[in-house]
Design a protein around this ligand. Sequence first.
Ligand code: BGC
Length: 426
Amino acid sequence: MASDPDIFPEDFCFGVATSAYQVEGGLNTDWTVWEAQGKLKEPHVRCGDAVDHWNRFDEDLRLLQHLGAQAFRLSIEWARLEPESGKFDPAAAQAYRWRLERLVAAGIRPVVTLHHFTHPTWFHETCPWHLPGCLPRWETHVRACIELARGLDVVWVTFNEPMVFLLGGYLDGQMPPGKKSGNEAGPALENIARAHVLAWRLIKEASPSTPVGIAQHLMAFAPDRWWHPLDQALCRIADSQFNWALLEAFSTGRLNVNMPGVMRARADLGAAATMDYVGANYYTRSHLKFIPGKPFVRMAFKDVSKRGLTDIGWEEFPEGFGLMLRQLKRFHLPVWVMENGIDDRRGERRPGYMYTHLKELLAARAAGVDIRAYLHWALLDNFEWLEGWGPKFGLYGVNRETMERIETPAVPYYRALIRTRRLVAP
Ligand code: BGC
């Protein structure tokens, strides 16, 4: 008997994602300094108390339980554990442990990210990613995280979207440390790749069966002028270097990233097969146009399908999700969708976005991709890196005056899906 194409199996894991800086509040990181320097699109915007998730963990745990979430992705903020270089805060480690224990006790699997864009304020001055001194410091941080999670059944994500961090932090300078230097970007990526392998090794030593991987941003690319060979070439380069090169590096053990005229990174990572799963974050497609002179490329989002751009101005392109997922088959690993979501300021489009994307996910599964989990970005409205508080990615909106959590129509939609395992159009 043919199986129902709209049914998710019982062992498929549904969950939601967050990152520390975007929701916890009360943090002092390199990003806090960046904001104070007026570097965001709107220079007066601050993350501040974020959505006070740090103090409202129990309330937010009840939201997870209401949804029926089976996994919750969070990150550990390095700046909390080691606010000053070499000075550790045991209370912060305990507080994270308490959170992980609360999740496990509630039957919700913690998916824990070690690096989600932010760093302690001292990091870039004392041991930046492009210098070898970063690795021992990273090792200390990873050991502290392993220790605080000891004995708990977690999934580790070493780096969130390392290529996005590299572009923002080292090439276009839109994120701290704000560099625009191909010469430094190369060594930075080499060290980040080594840092992943190091974390993988340390976690495996502590607990061989614990899954380790990265969350890779996968973006669909299309030529701005479909007929233009240079736009087509840009898409080929972006797809191979931005989407796949790092996943290939962790699969083969050899890093080889080449963005002609921009940066080059090559390293023998000393170990192959350092991912237990492929983590995929997918949001949209972008159109690339060749422009003479650096950075050679202009990126635009076009409303090709006439669904209307999302509120942040991105194309809604579920077909790209399917395309990316099907390509993951070649890694022969389980796939965890670590992020997928929409900036939907009126809360009306999210169920439809989830439906079309999950339909693609089911089709990719049927085509043989071993997709085990889908984590929606995000549980709560959160601080968006470049745009601040305008975008609304949360299943729950947040009134930032009162910090009240407000259910959007996607909550009953997702809840019913998780309960029934059947994907239906909203
Ligand atoms: C990041 C999230 C971010 C989301 C929406 C992802 O690239 O991992 O931190 O909020 O996209 O922009």
